[in-house]
Design a protein around this ligand. Structure first.
Ligand SMILES: *Cc1c(COP(=O)(O)O)cnc(C)c1O
Length: 432
């Protein structure tokens, strides 16, 4: 019997099975605090929100699987999934059930106490990754920050005290907080925000000679994505990864692999590093980790992870009960619905269908990608007008520049949904 035992109060929330099926978007929206029209949402956004990021003039109010509905009652096929976040699709019943059950029991206690749900999640990630230990955060950027801190402390203590420098890649994306944005290889994201975090330098991605030339006796770690996401789905070449492996072995330089976008099924394997047969010292997760709930993680080999001692690093929210319940549910779905295998098979099918567009549209230059992370590059600046037509035709796509599209559909997407999306894309290309 516990000390000071009080009877545990009964739970009150109904299970997700009582949730109604897809209803009209008007009704769904009216269940919130108040019903708003698109014009009202635009007005208040203009009046009360800071003007970043730029937003397209659509407000979604309901999602299910790969479908979204907007305030106007339009239906969309979602080939972005909230930027690779809703890997299990929208409103998966298993995620809803896990979140409502946990919300009814306990949401948050801080990390000053033990948390069994979190410990079980770390055990699952250790099994999935082959032995990595976890630290939980709330976003991709925050996970990258933790990874940089861990790498620097490890290098200083266990390699040489003068080692602090991080080599990062041009065209990379690691987030918007200071360490992460410094590491991000897009100069525009640094403009007027200086000074950046010292001790991070950039080299051209996939350039072996530049990498070798950049290493000094101050180099602590190489930070890279294995498939660059934001820049338009650029996989690392095997030669580049081999060069990183040589530097790790010969000069005790750590590899931080940013798997925030690639991790947990997206590329057709559980982790992108499996494609290369390597094991990074540290890797990061976020985006799809909790299936739509905000969560990040830093994972490291036991040897590197041991560098962090109590008090070194912390997060108030990181790995709270609600986030961990969502992540457990996502991992259940990953396993039960074989999301990585589906991403490999349907991703290959999608890649082939996208390649088929070249025959009909001479401005479709090339298709690039891995699993369900695909990009289409155009030879003419038509991506924005095509994206506008896609949205009008009910397909959510992501024009990341005037010439490049990125596609990140849910990982349980079907070939029938791919056919439907490609038909909409084809129609939109012919209209633009
Ligand atoms: C999205 C992304 C991040 C940043 O994640 P946030 O949750 O937006 O902070 C970091 N690294 C990679 C590879 C990403 O794709």
């Amino acid at each position: 019997m516990a000390k000071n035992a009080l009877e545990v109060p009964p739970k009150t929330v109904a299970s997700a099975s009582t949730r109604p099926e897809v209803r009209s978007t008007r009704a769904a929206h009216a269940e919130g605090d108040r019903t708003m029209t698109l014009a009202e949402i635009q007005d208040k956004t203009q009046q009360y929100l800071m003007k970043t990021p730029g937003r397209l003039p659509i407000a979604f109010v309901r999602g299910q699987g790969a479908r979204l509905w907007d305030t106007e009652g339009n239906t969309y096929l979602d080939f972005l999934s909230g930027i690779a976040v809703c890997g299990a699709g929208h409103c998966h019943p298993h995620l809803i059930a896990a979140l409502t059950r946990q919300a009814d029991e306990l949401m948050h206690t801080s990390n000053l106490y033990l948390n069994g749900t979190q410990a079980l999640l770390a055990e699952r990630l250790a099994k999935l990754s082959g032995g990595y230990l976890s630290f939980f955060a709330n976003s991709g950027a925050e996970s990258v920050e933790g990874a940089i801190k861990l790498a620097r402390k490890h290098a200083r203590l266990h390699v040489a005290p003068e080692r602090f420098e991080i080599i990062a890649m041009q065209g990379s994306f690691h987030g918007r907080t200071y360490g992460a944005v410094t590491a991000t290889g897009t100069p525009r994201y640094h403009e007027n925000f200086g000074p950046m975090l010292p001790g991070i330098k950039h080299i051209p991605f996939n350039d072996v000679a530049a990498l070798e030339a950049a290493v000094t006796n101050e180099t602590a770690a190489i930070l890279t994505e294995l498939v660059q996401g934001e820049s338009g789905v650029h996989p690392a070449t095997p030669e580049f990864v081999a060069a990183i492996e040589r530097l790790r072995a010969g000069q005790k330089i750590l590899l931080i692999d940013d798997e925030v976008q690639t991790g947990l099924g997206r590329t057709g394997r559980t982790f992108a590093f499996e494609h290369y047969g390597i094991r990074p010292d540290i890797f990061t997760l976020a985006k799809t980790l909790a299936g739509g709930f905000p969560m990040g993680a830093v994972l490291a080999t036991p040897e590197v992870a041991a560098t962090f001692v109590p008090g070194d690093h912390a997060s108030t929210f990181g790995g709270n009960y609600l986030a961990c319940a969502a992540a457990h549910a996502y991992l259940d779905i990953l396993e039960n619905e074989k999301l990585a295998e589906n991403a490999a098979a349907v991703g290959a099918y999608f890649h082939e269908k996208l390649n088929g567009l070249k025959a009909d549209f001479d401005f479709v230059e090339l298709v690039r990608g891995r699993g369900l992370m695909q990009a289409v590059v155009l030879s003419a600046p038509k991506a924005k007008p095509i994206q506008e037509r896609c949205l009008a035709n009910g397909l959510v796509v992501n024009a990341i520049s005037d010439t490049t599209f990125r596609f990140l559909p849910p990982l349980n997407i079907t070939t029938a949904e791919v056919d439907e999306a490609v038909a909409k894309l084809r129609l939109s290309m012919s209209e633009a």
